[in-house]
Design a binder for this molecule. Structure first.
Ligand code: GRF
Length: 203
């Protein structure tokens, strides 16, 4: 499985996926890491693992469409089976999403469909929720709205700050994202219409 990972920041989810590729747990190779930010620490993580990196800054483009067109070209040139969004902080155009439908995954730090968008940890605390978490989902045109594959749930504890809660969620992200990528790499996971389907009895 040829995997392309898109990042904008720290890349701790990228790191988790790198680790699981290196251990052989994921039957795949990350063939490229693409960032819209030149100073993303995830690029350093990729370089340390000898993975080719590319930076495509959105600042050099007049429109979202023009950026995504170029991004699609770069992704295409990697010939990927799977595109993994791991903290890629950009809204994708419908045409980019359409192009990689069924083979693009994202991780979102909430128990979707709750708290689409930003500041999810603070919003969950403010709502006095008992639980919070993260969701891995297929990407569709609806922002943070595609079919969910797996969720990890964590308790919200008294006196939690958004930062403390975010750390608790992040730990679980590093468990569920590699797991989903592993399933995909084993051809056990597909997107059918509006559903994610897991085949637990592979040949
Ligand atoms: C994670 O919280 C993820 O859920 C969100 O962006 C963050 C990325 O973190 N989409 P990292 O760059 O993988 O450390």
């Amino acid at each position: 499985t040829r995997i392309v990972v898109l990042i904008s920041g720290s890349g701790s989810n990228l790191q988790a996926i790198i680790d699981h590729c290196q251990s052989g747990d994921i039957q795949g190779d990350i063939v490229s890491v693409i960032s819209n930010k030149a100073d993303a620490f995830g690029l350093t993580r990729a370089e340390r693992a000898n993975i080719p990196t590319q930076v495509l800054s959105h600042k050099e483009f007049d429109s979202r469409e023009a950026y995504d067109e170029q991004l699609a070209k770069i992704i295409d040139s990697c010939n990927p089976d799977l595109v993994v969004l791991a903290g890629f902080m950009r809204i994708l155009t419908p045409s980019l999403v359409q192009k990689f439908k069924g083979k693009m995954l994202n991780i979102h730090p909430s128990l979707l469909p709750k708290y689409q968008g930003l500041n999810t940890h603070q919003r969950a605390i403010d709502a006095n929720d008992e639980y919070h978490g993260a969701s891995v989902h297929f990407v569709t045109e609806e922002l943070d709205g595609g079919p969910v594959v797996v969720q990890a749930k964590v308790p919200i504890l008294p006196n939690d700050t958004a930062d403390v809660l975010a750390q608790r969620v992040h730990k679980q992200e590093h468990v569920i994202y590699p797991l989903v990528v592993k399933w995909f790499s084993e051809h056990r996971l597909t997107m059918e219409a509006d559903y994610a389907v897991f085949d637990n009895d592979p040949l």
